[in-house]
Design a protein around this ligand. Structure first.
Ligand SMILES: N[C@@H](CCC(=O)N[C@@H](CS)C(=O)NCC(=O)O)C(=O)O
Length: 218
């Protein structure tokens, strides 16, 4: 099984299925394509009909898009518990994953992960100023606080135990850290959303991704 990904320093879409595959204990190789280079499109086209990474190659098939790969993992590795066991939590988890996958454009645009804005490393950038971005952050805080309050009792993650939802919000946690976003100023009255973000940043597979990112970049 081969996962084709973009630069680990800033390919937020690649991070998600990488975390999910790690959680499954899947045995996979990584092919890293450097983004923002003259030959990037050509390199990606060797692997992806959609011209985007991540791509998973398995059983003679190509699966592209971070959500499609994550859903494939849940199907292939049911024992990994990639969706919450509780039905209500599971319905909510799928909803927030889809909301993350298709939305938060202002936050993505203003806090883009790119060569100067890496998901790991000591560099930090000033907080975003846009009102649409602030609205996105308020919505994230609402999602985090509601899920943690309703379903989070079994662990530190959104629905207690780690799930695909956490893979989808880990790039957001990296943005919160890099862009020094004050969640308290966006509705996190008691620090519950911040504690969740800190749990994502402390997750061992994300730390391993960061070490790999810095090694790749060296
Ligand atoms: N919706 C897709 C988005 C994938 C995407 O936009 N990937 C970026 C890299 S992070 C890409 O391949 N860009 C092509 C390029 O930089 O030429 C997914 O979730 O996998």
């Amino acid at each position: 099984m081969e996962l084709v990904i973009g630069d680990k320093l800033y390919s937020t879409w690649s991070l998600r299925p990488w975390l999910v595959l790690k959680r499954c204990g899947a045995d996979f190789t990584e092919t890293v394509i450097r983004l923002n280079r003259p030959d990037t499109a050509e390199q990606i086209a060797l692997h992806s009909p959609a011209g985007r990474v991540p791509v998973l190659k398995v059983d003679g098939e190509t699966i592209w898009d971070s959500l499609a790969i994550s859903v494939w993992c849940a199907e292939r590795y049911p024992e990994a518990g990639l969706w919450p066991a509780d039905a209500h939590a599971r319905w909510q988890a799928r909803s927030v994953v889809c909301e993350m996958h298709s939305g938060f454009m202002a936050l993505r645009n203003e806090c883009a992960m790119a060569p100067d804005h890496s998901m790991v490393g000591p560099d930090r950038s000033p907080p975003p100023k846009g009102e649409d971005t602030a609205a996105d952050i308020r919505r994230l805080v609402q999602i985090f606080r509601e899920a943690r309050a309703r379903f989070g009792a079994g662990g530190d993650y959104l629905y207690g135990e780690w799930s695909i939802a956490d893979a989808f919000f880990t790039p957001v946690a990296a943005r919160v850290r890099h862009f020094q976003i004050d969640l308290a100023a966006h509705g996190d009255t008691d620090g519950a959303a911040r504690a969740y973000v800190d749990a994502l940043l402390a997750q061992p597979d994300f730390i391993a991704w960061g070490e790999g990112a810095l090694a790749n970049a060296a």
